[in-house]
Design a protein around this ligand. Sequence first.
Ligand code: ADP
Length: 226
Amino acid sequence: MLKATNVSKSYPSPRGTLDVLAGVTLSLDRGDAASIMGPSGSGKSTLLYVLGALEPPSAGEVTLDGANPYTLGERELAAFRNRQVGFVFQDHFLLPQCTVLENVLAPTLVDSASRDSKPSPRERAEWLIEQVGLTARRDHRPSELSGGERQRAAVARALIRQPRLLLCDEPTGNLDRESADAVAALILDLHARERAILIVVTHSVALADRFPARYTLADRRLVPRP
Ligand code: ADP
């Protein structure tokens, strides 16, 4: 279970403190999927970073299955992120010199534990690449792929470690309508099978409405959307 309790986040700015989040509370169970909308600059990315162990809250608490990542030391925090959290950003951030397969495998290279896992990282990578429809592109580099294909590779990479939490920050924001629909369908479909906790930030009402839990970030708080 992902729990955010009274989470606030402020950044120092030349004109004083910038309060981005104030008293955000959220609770999602394994298998839950939520969308977050809100105007640009309202703090949606900040909230994902705080939930995803990338940015500590200024106040309040975040726990994933009871563990608060921000109590960990730097190395343990990095390991927590790598194992428990998958991120998909608006930009794919694939390594340009690596193939699709190598990019999907990259998160498994940082520790030896995953080498002995079943299925093996290689088997899981190939399965995920098949699920995202890129088997024929497995040995291609990102520059040889369309925008939609790159984003599908990024989704496969985010899921390689079977994260408990999948966070997507405007994953279809750079795509044309058709590719956007395909990537959105893929994320929802894979989520249904993987049973992680999925949170997607989006400007698309059509995409946001496909989620069972819907929120808007407004006035620094998360409010349910009908
Ligand atoms: P959104 O994703 O809704 O567009 P963001 O979370 O990116 O909003 O940003 C919310 C506000 O916080 C913005 O005013 C932004 O400039 C500010 N902000 C984001 N990250 C930082 C940072 N690291 N330092 C200072 N201000 C930041």
